[in-house]
Design a protein around this ligand. Structure first.
Ligand code: FES
Ligand SMILES: [Fe+2]
Length: 422
């Protein structure tokens, strides 16, 4: 098998075994090109959250694989996901992260598009012959669907229904959204960065508890004793469950799976001041719900191929090239909730995810080192066998490993294999 073997002739399945994958998975540009076509060009890809496009005329720019897209809400409130590429000579028609507009106008020759992508205005139309059909020249549209506020898009018009694709992950999305604490969940700003490594290194990481006490020692040392104990979850009762279709959940703190359970439990010391502030405006029950919500859920939900719901934020990956990946860490807040609670969430986000934070910069360092090390020993494999042979079976008939098992990675790579076989 060589790099110039046509994509259709390559034996993609040979790259993935049950317990290991070939190192070329991180490095081969031909594999990357095929992934963009067979995975990001086919399945449901997370593009945004409904709170980012709340009103008629709201829009947000995003990506599906390598392709820039716009999420827009038209004058009837209907959501569209459009390829951000003018149908004339391909300029992007929008370069603003998010906002409100009544239309999109290409900056090159001025073609104007409605919020639903249809082509409305063509300057100096008389230069086109009578058979120029504007109705055929709208922005290319993707299939779009929403589950519990999460907007997904697909280039494949025959893709399976979103709810079927999410399958067993749906109940976990519902649990994750309980961190609104009784208010709707909204996005509240984000940290973005790129790292020089393959996208699957990041996909693996969200379901990797094994690295936590090693890479995140500085984070653990920055917490009070109670917090450090909470994050010392490798010895606890946590688990990783394969949810099918490449999705998985890593439960680090089982007592925080359902944020509305056992609200009578003691409020941790680090939230005592917040609780006191909230008591001025809320009854004790609400105070406890909000405090619990501010702390976030006790699990990471990994949604193949590009999204994660992690404790109290969305982690979205975007493949840029075979050796470059863009990450967005999107903080979440309570829409209409107490200012003090939302502020504390942002401070917690900065504490781990921020550019000077105690968590994400350390993650980025090891991801980069994985990519660098992969330049050595091409005959060696990437091992994802931790917990293999020790797993139990879930109610859904799928593997469940202990919290540090590489069950979620095996799930993602098996989905990778299935999709690449198409
Ligand atoms: S490229 Fe958009 S109008 Fe020409
Ligand atoms: Fe990490």
């Amino acid at each position: 098998m060589t790099l110039d073997t046509p994509a259709t002739d390559r034996d993609w399945a040979a790259l993935v075994d049950d317990d290991r994958v070939r190192t070329s998975m991180y490095k081969d540009p031909a594999i990357f090109d095929a992934e963009m076509e067979k995975i990001f060009g086919k399945t449901w890809v997370w593009v945004g959250h409904t709170s980012e496009v709340p009103d008629k005329g709201s829009f947000k720019t995003s990506w599906v694989g390598l392709q820039p897209v716009i999420i827009s809400r038209d004058r009837k409130g209907v959501l569209h996901v459009l390829v951000n590429r003018c149908r004339h000579r391909s300029a992007t028609v929008c370069e603003i992260a998010k906002g409100k507009t009544s239309s999109f106008q290409c900056p090159y020759h001025g073609w104007g598009y409605a919020l639903d992508g249809s082509l409305r205005g063509v300057p100096y139309t008389e230069g086109y012959s009578a058979d120029f059909d504007k109705s055929q020249m709208g922005l290319k549209k993707l299939k779009v669907d929403v589950y519990n506020g999460m907007i997904f898009a697909s280039f494949d018009t025959d893709v399976e229904p979103l709810e079927d694709f999410l399958g067993n992950a749906k109940v976990w999305i519902d649990l994750f959204m309980k961190q609104g604490g009784g208010f709707p969940v909204k996005t509240a700003g984000e940290h973005q960065f790129k790292f020089p490594g393959n996208w699957k290194i990041q996909l693996e990481n969200t379901t990797d508890a094994y690295h936590f006490p090693v890479v995140h020692k500085p984070f653990l040392q920055s917490l009070d004793a109670e917090g450090a104990e909470q994050f010392d979850f490798l010895e606890g009762d946590g688990y990783v469950e394969d949810l099918g279709n490449g999705h998985s959940v890593m439960v680090m703190m089982p007592e925080l799976v359902d944020l509305e359970d056992d609200l009578d439990r003691d409020i941790p010391e680090r939230f005592a001041a917040l609780a006191e502030t909230l008591r001025k405006d809320y009854d004790e029950d609400q105070v406890r719900r909000i405090v619990r919500a501010v702390g976030g859920t006790g699990f990471n939900l990994n949604l193949f191929p590009n999204a994660a719901c992690s404790i109290s934020f969305f982690r979205i990956l975007r493949p840029v090239s075979v050796t470059e990946t863009a990450i967005r860490h999107i903080a979440l807040a309570m829409d209409g909730g107490p200012v003090a609670g939302n502020q504390m969430r942002l401070r917690m986000h900065e504490h781990f995810q921020g550019p000077m934070g105690f968590g994400s910069p350390d993650d980025a360092e090891v991801w980069e080192r994985v990519q660098r090390g992969a330049d050595g020993g091409p005959d060696l494999d990437i091992m994802v066998n931790r917990g293999d042979g020790l797993e139990k079976t879930s109610e859904n008939g799928l593997p469940v490993g202990d919290v540090s098992a590489e069950t979620g990675m095996r799930s993602a790579y098996q989905m990778w294999k299935r999709m690449m076989a198409q």
